[in-house]
Unconditional design. Structure first.
Length: 160
């Protein structure tokens, strides 16, 4: 599959470390929750914060390596967000199917909705809105990186 002239495997390779780390953090968070660790403690393991760090890092790397431009960053954003959403949705569905609450299905994280509605909202809203938010954050980081690079007189290697 080719997206914006690059095979999907190039995008996966580009952000592979984060595509492993983000779900790993989510699974550790889930394991802590299921083992009885209070949500107030487990919440410090955040896939969202890690995804923000990942998109800023990847945005700088898009520029510095010449990987691509804003449209290529969009694909990276979608992949990073999907890596979060898959874990979140699976954990919510686990709670729905087993009746065992976990940090992902807790009322303070689910706006008090049913697990089924909560999981559906991750699919309907979380995937597109989360991807768009990451892309906007990454685009801002890419724009700042490009501007700083030009201001320092360094040649740009990425295409627009």
């Amino acid at each position: 599959m080719t997206i914006f002239g690059k095979p999907l495997s190039d995008y996966v390779s580009f952000c592979k470390a984060f595509l492993i780390l983000i779900p790993l953090v989510g699974l550790v968070r889930l394991a802590l929750s299921l083992s009885g660790t209070p949500n107030e403690t487990a919440r410090f393991l955040s896939m969202t914060v890690l995804a923000w760090v990942a998109i800023i890092y990847c945005s700088i790397r898009v520029h510095n390596t010449g990987f691509g431009s804003y449209k290529h960053l969009l694909v990276v954003s979608v992949l990073l967000n999907l890596s979060m959403q898959v874990v979140s949705i699976a954990a919510i569905l686990l709670a729905a199917l087993t009746g065992t609450m976990n940090i992902f299905s807790a009322p303070e994280f689910s706006f008090g909705t049913s697990p089924w509605l909560h999981a559906a909202m991750h699919v309907i809203v979380g995937i597109p809105a989360g991807s768009l938010f990451l892309w906007l954050l990454g685009s801002l980081a890419l724009a700042v990186t490009r501007k700083m690079t030009r201001a320092q007189g360094q040649p740009t290697r990425s295409s627009i």
